[in-house]
Design a protein around this ligand. Structure first.
Ligand code: LHQ
Length: 262
């Protein structure tokens, strides 16, 4: 374990666990730096083809550790600097990460903890987990990408109510609204999340990275720009050994053996 996170390795994937359970994995600067290093390191490991993010204990992440920020002299505390240094690079890194990132939300995901989960590619949550945009309760605005991702996931009306009321919603409600991929039984969460991550690790992961790029760009592109991007990325995908293997395996009626390289 390093600085509040732990990393374990599976067959072709890594599990990154927020590991400060006594504080519901509330994030400190050292933890956020370690988290960023873990994502960066995985991007450079050719044997790692998928990532799983989860939390230890009864919570996923309660957001920023409020005891670690200056609440006594709020006027002199620059929370913008904290966001810029610790959260923004991490959210950018996950969204642009070349590997698929699964998140297993094992309990409460609050504030920046909720938005950290929502930055991941495929989010599963245990039925007893919940999500709360807790920021307004302490007179802050949703950060860690919350104001960007929420309206895109659940639509403007729900995003507004979630952010302004700071009401907790259940995993089932989050799944019903399309905020997350699926809510599953608590006792099967980790097994299901790991199975999904192991599956992704055997897929054409370089192409999955291109899919992530296209989806991210679509948020700011008009149709013509997006069609041009699809053309360029499809050209890249079509030159990969994995495409040749995928098409060959289909024609030979056998399962493909992907390498995850372009
Ligand atoms: C905590 C925290 C926490 C410290 C639980 N900090 N200790 C903010 C500022 C700066 C710049 C960047 O951006 C941000 C972004 C943000 O994330 S702001 C939003 C921060 N998060 C929150 O406001 C949530 C605060 N936590 C809660 O409302 C509750 O703890 C929830 C609803 C998450 C869980 O409630 P319970 O299940 O009743 O657990 P608990 O409250 O008893 O918490 C367990 C322990 O964890 C407790 O410590 P203790 O020593 O008393 O046992 C809490 O103090 C501690 N903890 N969240 N964010």
């Amino acid at each position: 374990m390093v600085a509040g996170i732990s990393i374990t390795t599976g067959d072709g994937y890594r599990i990154i666990t927020l590991n400060r359970p006594e504080k519901l994995n509330a994030t400190t600067a050292t933890m956020l730096r370690a988290l960023r290093a873990a994502f960066e390191d995985a991007a450079h490991d050719r044997t790692c083809r998928a990532l799983l993010l989860t939390g230890a204990g009864r919570g996923f992440c309660a957001g920023q550790d409020l005891a670690a920020v200056n609440t006594i002299d709020a006027a002199s505390a620059d929370l913008g600097a904290l966001v810029e240094e610790l959260y923004n690079p991490l959210i950018r890194l996950i969204r642009t990460h070349p590997l698929p990132v699964v998140c297993a939300v094992n309990g409460i995901a609050a504030g920046a903890g909720a938005n950290l989960a929502l930055a991941c590619d495929i989010v599963l949550a245990g039925r007893s987990a919940s999500f709360v945009q807790a920021f307004a309760r302490i007179a802050l605005i949703p950060d860690a990408g919350g104001t960007w991702v929420l309206p895109r996931l659940v639509g403007d009306a729900r995003a507004r109510a979630l952010a302004l009321l700071a009401e907790k919603i259940s995993a089932d409600q989050a799944a019903e609204w399309g905020m997350i991929w699926r809510a599953v039984a608590d006792d099967t969460l980790m097994a299901e999340a790991e199975k999904l991550t192991a599956y992704l690790a055997q897929q054409p992961t370089a192409t999955l990275g291109l899919i992530k790029r296209a989806l991210l760009a679509s948020a700011g592109n008009d149709l013509d720009t997006q069609l041009a991007l699809e053309r360029d990325l499809q050209r890249e995908a079509g030159r990969s050994g994995d495409y040749a293997e995928g098409a060959r395996a289909f024609l030979e009626k056998r399962p493909p053996r992907f390498t995850g390289r372009v």
